[in-house]
Design a protein around this ligand. Structure first.
Ligand code: ZN
Length: 163
């Protein structure tokens, strides 16, 4: 008798091609993030990060339609800042993120160089926002919206979804 597996991403039970298949489809394979555990930081470090996101961060959500009848979602936390050291500190603390030098236009030639930090993997964005929501002020409702949107739209692996 064939034994069914439960897909690690969507939770659906499926007939595996091999005994060790963990995902029901290619879409689920590509949706599954590499694992990310929130780093253990001091409360004041989380407070600083939340304050930085409140003041200088951008919490970004976009839905683009559609690939094979599936919506494609984009989530991001990003910062633009002139102090590279601060962005490097954030990346090191959060153990994720990419920093780019922002190409200025010629008119702004004399201005200070700007850097851009992006945190773009869905589970990372979700876990960071969930952790700092109680600490946010200005962007609290924005963060709450994004987190509940992610829970309700099957964007997260099954073990992180709401009831
Ligand atoms: Zn699946």
């Amino acid at each position: 008798m064939a034994v069914k597996n439960n897909c690690l991403f969507c939770g659906k039970s499926f007939l595996p091609k091999t005994a060790t298949s963990k995902y029901c489809s290619r879409v689920c394979i590509s949706s599954m993030p590499s694992s990310y555990e929130l780093p253990e930081l001091k409360p004041e470090e989380w407070g600083y990060i939340a304050g930085f996101i409140d003041a200088d961060g951008c919490i970004y959500k976009r839905v683009s339609y559609t690939y094979k009848q599936k919506n494609i979602y984009h989530f991001r936390i990003s910062f633009t800042h002139t102090c590279l050291e601060t962005l490097v500190w954030l990346c090191e603390k959060l153990k994720t993120g990419n920093i780019y030098e922002r190409k200025g236009d010629l008119k702004n030639f004399s201005k200070k160089k700007q850097y851009h930090l992006d945190i773009g993997r869905h589970v990372f964005v979700y876990k960071i926002l969930e952790r700092i929501i109680p600490l946010l002020r200005e962007k609290k409702s924005r963060a709450e919206d994004v987190v509940s949107f992610m829970k309700e739209n099957n964007i997260l692996p099954i073990n992180l979804r709401g009831e």
